[in-house]
Design a protein around this ligand. Structure first.
Ligand code: PRX
Length: 656
């Protein structure tokens, strides 16, 4: 609440600085508004022009938007292209020797890869996939460390028209298994281990564990990149080394020409039910979104050194590591490690060493770096920076001001970008050469994006009033469906009871201020945002009740100054309520359990035991009371419908 209040009273405004405006791709409010007006006047014409400007088509499209079967929209549906061709081949004649990737490993070792080299590595790997009989439309799970190989694997899938589904390498065997089964994957691409913060973590062993569970018969091969070189169990006939697969392969590979609507990838994300959703993206529409946003929001210049710190296991890494920067022909930094190893100056040192111009990270990283060394950036030369970005959660004005003045030395605009796994690219974010910034606001929608704040009836709410954040018109980069679950897609994103099912419902609440600026207020569903990662409370609850000791569990979020939110679990055990040391031990074992069931990011920070949970007479858990308890606030809500008021006192006391 305190964050929301301080955001509501934020009055500072930072107009674009003349030095930035001089070189900006969109250099005035008029230029930005002209694009918005163009989109309003002729919506298909606006996107059609951009799709011709940004994308290299094998077969040009004649149809722009097919909206005959809402909400299953199709964009450029008779066009043909290849995404990897658009990211690599297009640069082979104009800039083959330009660096595509500057890779910095966890231990500080740097390697570089030009566009020609990257093209060759992708082609070799794509030929390897073909040799394994992998075809267009096959699903491939990628479970790799944040290294060049992850980009190579994704691009190679795109080259042959296989649909990749990257699973963040911090997820457990169980989560990995769930995704492998849902996708019906034929191949898993992994590494022996990953290295982060000076420590190695097993990946191949986790894949083996996932594949030992039921329902994984579709998987015919496991490709293993040897990173640390440890010995791993090997299943002959199924497992194959990355080098073995690629060493004798050609360094050219004819791209598979695919339809604009062919799925480029699915990416699983959390929703309000226990089962993660496989968000399915298109090829052309998605690519157009990431390229247009590179141009407008990141103000991309060929001289940029672009660095997005996100892992390719998340949508940010897909759009602004694997696809956006490469399609634009950018030089980008990829970093394997963590911001605090070997010390909290690591990010600043990387910016200094590689002369990064555009730096894109999450508020949680910024907040933890402020805490670990607010004056550390001053010890590095950050003069190469010209633009800063923020993504994943609201950035509180204090963190914004530090980012602006200490990291950006009051020279660099901050683009606070609001978007989602489902939207594929930025939706609401400042065009930095045009829009005056307000700390904590993601400002205005991108040209052509009809974002609005509505009430249930679908009417736009008055300014300063909160409501549902929606996008009114279909847009090219939007989610096409949920993998094999079109009904859930419709119900989740186009629900009848909000706006009559006509608009894309983001799942966030927001309000607009008197100047029309958008302010994101938080999720409207049971989705938590922990350190910028989306986690469903139901998912964590299901994991907890799967433990033999647990009878009931309810999970809520509690605001946290660095992580944004932390997970608090209220638990009723099958045996009687534990106390003291025993309670702490059980709490620790339950944390480990959740780490094993989902992944370490889902471990509850606080666990509270009780004889029961606060319920209404009809047996419904009163979550709003749990939220109040978790925050340590006095209960002022009406508790008259509560069946068992005494339970509140017990839950208040027991924190582990
Ligand atoms: O609640 C919003 C928050 O993150 C959610 C999307 O999470 P995910 O699909 O994992 O994608 C994260 C990276 C794009 C949104 O529904 N969110 C994302 N960006 C912002 C944000 N909240 C406030 N401000 C942002 N800039």
């Amino acid at each position: 609440m305190s964050t929301i209040k301080s955001i509501l009273h934020e009055a500072r405004v930072f107009p674009p600085l003349p030095e930035f405006v001089e070189q900006a791709n969109l250099a005035s409010m008029e230029a930005y508004q002209a694009l918005c007006t163009e989109a309003k006047k002729d919506y298909p014409g606006f996107w059609s022009k951009l799709a011709q400007k940004h994308i290299l088509w094998h077969k040009p499209f004649t149809s722009v938007l097919n909206d005959s079967d809402p909400p299953f929209y199709k964009w450029f549906e008779d066009g043909e292209l290849n995404i990897s061709y658009n990211c690599l081949d297009r640069h082979l004649t104009s800039q083959p020797d330009k660096l595509a990737i500057i890779f910095e490993a966890d231990d500080g070792k740097v390697s570089r890869c030009t566009y020609r080299e990257l093209y060759q590595r992708v082609c070799q790997f794509a030929n390897g996939l073909k040799a394994l009989n992998i075809k267009k439309g096959d699903r491939i799970i990628i479970y790799l460390p944040m290294r060049i190989e992850a980009v190579v694997a994704m691009q190679a899938c795109a080259r042959i028209g296989a649909i990749h589904s990257v699973v963040f390498a911090g997820f457990s065997a169980k989560s990995l298994h769930e995704r492998i089964v849902d996708a019906g994957a034929v191949t898993v691409i992994t590494a022996d281990e990953q290295t982060r913060g000076g420590k190695n973590y097993p990946l191949k062993a986790t894949v083996d564990e996932a594949l030992s569970m039921n329902g994984t018969d579709s998987v015919k091969s496991v490709i293993v990149y040897k990173h640390t070189g440890i010995d791993t169990p090997w299943q002959a006939g199924r497992d194959i080394g990355w080098n073995e697969l690629t060493e004798d392969k050609q360094t050219d590979c004819e791209p598979e020409w695919i339809n604009a609507e062919h799925p480029l990838f699915t990416l699983y994300t959390s929703g309000s039910t226990g089962k993660p959703k496989g968000v399915q993206h298109s090829s052309a529409g998605y690519l157009l979104g990431v390229m247009a946003s590179m141009q407008w929001i990141f103000d991309y210049k060929p001289t940029d050194i672009f660095w997005c710190t996100a892992d390719v296991g998340w949508i940010t890494g897909h759009s602004y590591v694997t696809y956006g920067p490469l399609a634009m022909g950018a030089t980008q930094v990829i970093f394997e490690g963590v911001p605090t190893y070997p010390d909290a100056g690591r990010f600043w040192k990387i910016i200094q060493d590689h002369k990064v111009t555009t730096f894109y990270t999450a508020p949680t990283a910024i907040r933890s770096l402020i805490k670990l060394g607010a004056d550390l950036p001053g010890q590095y030369n950050l003069s190469s920076l010209r633009l800063l970005g923020s993504v994943g959660e609201p950035i509180n004005p204090e963190a914004w001001m530090w980012y602006y003045s200490v990291v950006g030395q009051s020279r660099c605009p901050i683009v606070d970008t609001w978007w989602q796994t489902e939207t594929g690219c930025h939706m609401i974010a400042p065009v930095p050469g045009a829009v005056p910034l307000k700390p904590g606001s993601c400002t205005f929608p991108l040209p052509g994006i009809s974002a609005a704040v509505i009430d249930e009836a679908g009417h736009e709410v008055e300014q300063e009033k909160g409501g549902f954040l929606v996008i009114k018109q279909p847009f090219p980069s939007q989610i096409r469906t949920l993998w094999r679950d079109p009904e859930r897609f419709k119900k989740t994103y186009f629900p009848q009871d909000i706006g009559g099912g006509h608009f894309y419902l983001a799942g966030d609440s927001a309000h607009r201020d008197n100047d029309g600026y958008f302010w994101i207020m938080g999720r409207i569903d049971d989705v938590l945002n922990v350190s910028g990662h989306r986690l469903g409370t139901m998912e964590i609850e299901s994991a907890l009740v799967a433990n033999p000791l647990v009878a009931e569990a309810a999970v809520v979020g509690k605001p946290h100054e660095i992580k944004g939110e932390i997970i608090v679990a209220f638990i009723v055990l099958k045996e009687r309520c534990p106390h003291g040391e025993q309670a702490s031990e059980i709490a620790d074992s339950l944390r480990e359990w959740v780490g094993h069931e989902i992944g370490p990011i889902a471990k509850p920070e606080e666990i509270r035991f009780g004889d029961n949970l606060p319920k209404t007479r009809s047996g419904k858990i009163m979550r709003r009371l749990l939220r109040t308890l978790a925050r340590g606030e006095e209960i002022t809500q009406d508790t008259s419908t509560l069946e068992n008021p005494a339970i509140l006192e017990q839950l208040k006391q027991s924190i582990h």
